[in-house]
Ligand binder design. Structure first.
Ligand SMILES: *[C@@H]1O[C@H](CO)[C@@H](O)[C@H](O)[C@H]1NC(C)=O
Ligand SMILES: *[C@@H]1O[C@H](CO)[C@@H](O)[C@H](O)[C@H]1NC(C)=O
Ligand SMILES: *[C@@H]1O[C@H](CO)[C@@H](O)[C@H](O)[C@H]1NC(C)=O
Ligand SMILES: *[C@@H]1O[C@H](CO)[C@@H](O)[C@H](O)[C@H]1NC(C)=O
Ligand SMILES: *[C@@H]1O[C@H](CO)[C@@H](O)[C@H](O)[C@H]1NC(C)=O
Ligand SMILES: *[C@@H]1O[C@H](CO)[C@@H](O)[C@H](O)[C@H]1NC(C)=O
Ligand SMILES: *[C@@H]1O[C@H](CO)[C@@H](O)[C@H](O)[C@H]1NC(C)=O
Ligand SMILES: *[C@@H]1O[C@H](CO)[C@@H](O)[C@H](O)[C@H]1NC(C)=O
Ligand SMILES: *[C@@H]1O[C@H](CO)[C@@H](O)[C@H](O)[C@H]1NC(C)=O
Ligand SMILES: *[C@@H]1O[C@H](CO)[C@@H](O)[C@H](O)[C@H]1NC(C)=O
Ligand SMILES: *[C@@H]1O[C@H](CO)[C@@H](O)[C@H](O)[C@H]1NC(C)=O
Length: 439
């Protein structure tokens, strides 16, 4: 064949091979160099597999996958990413938050940057600021609007719920009760870790047992306040669920109801909002305005808040209970135990969602998975354009507010990426498109 002939000719025309000492020396040097390179790459390979194995087993012991190693919905290769091991980082964070609470926001590497950098840390790009559909990340673009073929994965859900219950303990910690918060016990503030001693007076404000202790709802709607809900026509579908969660006493006035529904089973209330809108109840006038605002919710709604996140809002939030009682309302104030936030944050960090502060949105999703068979999520969308490249508001009811996008404590786009992952696994259903009437 042509090829053989060619090589044969070349060998034939080459000078005869003689082995003088200089040539022998070159050959030996070349051989040794090859050996060195080979050994080097081999050791590196061993090193890599070794550290990966160690990390993986660390992770598994952290996640307490003791009963069944296959429980994890975690993509281990992703979780290994964060460069710090969790324990030193926790200690370090606490020390830092005591001395200087301000930390640079790009301290955590973005999950999207490649490892190959020229020695400088990659700057984290805030995806939320993108105003062009083209710039949205793939996990947003590929999310189906309202997938008719979506199915909940029951085996996956049972495992995931089990894991969450072990690690985040929502059924115990979501609500402070007389039993889990006895008189003279202490709770620690989430932010500065200082202690608060539970008085008899506070204990009497708490329910004996969690109102959700033995409950499981067939389906739940979690209704974020995103502008994506405007003109969504999702109100009926939202209202069809057994339990409906809303955030930060968002308005459910008639003009929004076609899109956001009208029923509310639980609504969160945060301290900053209390201060801005109702001046922390400094005057009777503010109290009456607050009562008026609550009238739009169902008479059996739970007003849920976190008085022990930071001490600045403790008194005002604990007052909600008294105000409702004095006005003979049937609506009830309930309070979150601060450990719940901490456990949830640690859990999601291990799943690759690095957050200084978990949003109440992700905390509610975590809780709802424990509380409901099927979790439907509406109004979560951390960008100012929708999938049709139309500009949308950050909040369906408030024009100017975009605070959450630039809040340096939160990375709601990373949280959202994790939610899309849960959606694709059939653990929750994310609704980001329009809803059709079924009949
Ligand atoms: C766990 O997964 C491995 C393979 O991924 C499989 O061989 C093993 O049987 C599984 N164990 C259980 C308890 O399902
Ligand atoms: C885990 O993540 C890697 C990289 O993102 C991906 O290639 C792989 O398919 C994922 N595995 C699972 C089981 O999701
Ligand atoms: C990261 O690496 C992948 C494949 O190696 C490449 O396609 C992609 O463009 C890189 N991304 C960045 C931001 O460099
Ligand atoms: C690192 O690489 C990026 C692009 O790859 C470049 O813009 C930057 O200037 C480089 N930094 C240094 C210190 O070389
Ligand atoms: C989206 O809208 C922006 C501004 O209106 C425009 O610049 C951009 O080209 C549009 N992108 C697409 C994919 O249509
Ligand atoms: C449901 O989840 C289980 C456990 O995570 C997994 O083994 C199974 O493949 C999933 N089923 C479907 C249809 O995705
Ligand atoms: C709480 O502590 C106070 C003072 O130390 C004591 O008088 C009271 O009996 C204690 N109450 C309970 C329920 O232990
Ligand atoms: C958590 O967020 C609140 C405001 O939303 C802020 O006041 C607090 O300092 C944050 N704490 C930490 C530890 O990030
Ligand atoms: C929730 O369950 C009820 C029945 O309990 C059903 O009528 C309703 O359509 C369900 N809602 C959703 C969004 O699946
Ligand atoms: C609440 O009810 C009590 C007794 O039923 C009554 O005396 C009081 O005036 C009521 N308060 C308000 C604000 O209606
Ligand atoms: C985008 O536009 C199409 C066609 O007008 C519509 O069916 C779809 O619901 C829109 N999606 C969103 C997220 O607005």
């Amino acid at each position: 064949m042509g090829f053989r002939q060619a090589t044969g000719r070349r060998i034939g025309t080459a000078p005869p091979f003689t082995m003088d000492t200089r040539r022998l020396f070159y050959v030996l040097v070349l051989f040794m160099a090859a050996m060195v390179v080979f050994m080097w790459t081999y050791t590196i390979q061993i090193n890599i597999t070794y550290t990966d194995n160690v990390k993986t087993s660390l992770l598994q012991s952290q996640n307490q996958f003791i009963r069944n190693q296959n429980v994890s919905i975690v993509n281990v290769s992703k979780v290994v990413d964060p460069p710090r091991s969790p324990k030193p980082s926790r200690r370090r964070r606490r020390r830092q938050s005591n001395s200087a609470p301000k930390e640079p926001q790009n301290i955590f590497p973005s999950p999207h940057t490649n490892a190959s950098t020229n020695g400088t840390k990659p700057k984290y790009k805030r995806l939320s600021d993108e105003e062009d559909w083209n710039n949205l990340p793939d996990f947003a673009k590929s999310l189906p609007d309202n997938d008719p073929n979506f199915k909940f994965n029951w085996t996956g859900l049972i495992e995931f719920r089990d894991l969450l219950e072990r690690e985040v303990r929502s059924s115990d910690l979501f609500v402070m009760t007389q039993r889990n918060t006895p008189v003279n016990s202490t709770v620690r503030y989430f932010v500065d870790k200082s202690r608060y001693v539970i008085t008899d007076e506070l204990n009497r404000k708490l329910p004996k047992e969690s109102p959700f202790a033995d409950k499981r709802f067939r389906n739940c709607s979690i209704v974020g306040s995103g502008g994506i809900l405007s003109n969504s026509n999702c109100g009926k579908q939202i209202d069809s669920a057994r339990f409906i969660i809303r955030f930060n006493v968002a308005p459910v006035m008639p003009e929004y109801r076609r899109d956001i529904g009208s029923r509310t089973s639980l609504v969160t209330c945060n301290g900053d909002r209390l201060r801005e809108k109702w001046r922390k109840f400094r005057t009777d006038y503010n109290i009456h305005r607050f009562m008026g605002h609550l009238d739009q919710y169902d008479p059996d709604v739970y007003i849920w808040s976190q008085p022990f996140t930071s001490s600045t809002h403790t008194n005002a939030l604990l007052q909600i209970h008294d105000i409702l009682r004095i006005h003979n309302k049937t609506q009830r104030a309930i309070y979150n135990r601060p450990e719940h936030q901490g456990l949830a944050r640690s859990f999601w960090r291990r799943q690759g969602v690095y957050e200084m502060n978990l949003t109440s949105g992700l905390l509610m999703v975590t809780t709802a998975i424990a509380l409901c068979d099927e979790v439907y999520i509406y109004g979560f969308w951390p960008w100012l354009v929708d999938k049709n490249n139309s500009t949308i508001r950050y909040h369906y009811a408030h024009r100017g507010i975009t605070g959450g996008l630039r809040n340096r404590w939160h990375h709601i786009d990373r949280e959202f990426e994790k939610l899309t992952e849960l959606h694709h696994k059939g653990l929750i259903k994310l609704v980001t498109g329009k809803c059709q009437d079924k009949e």
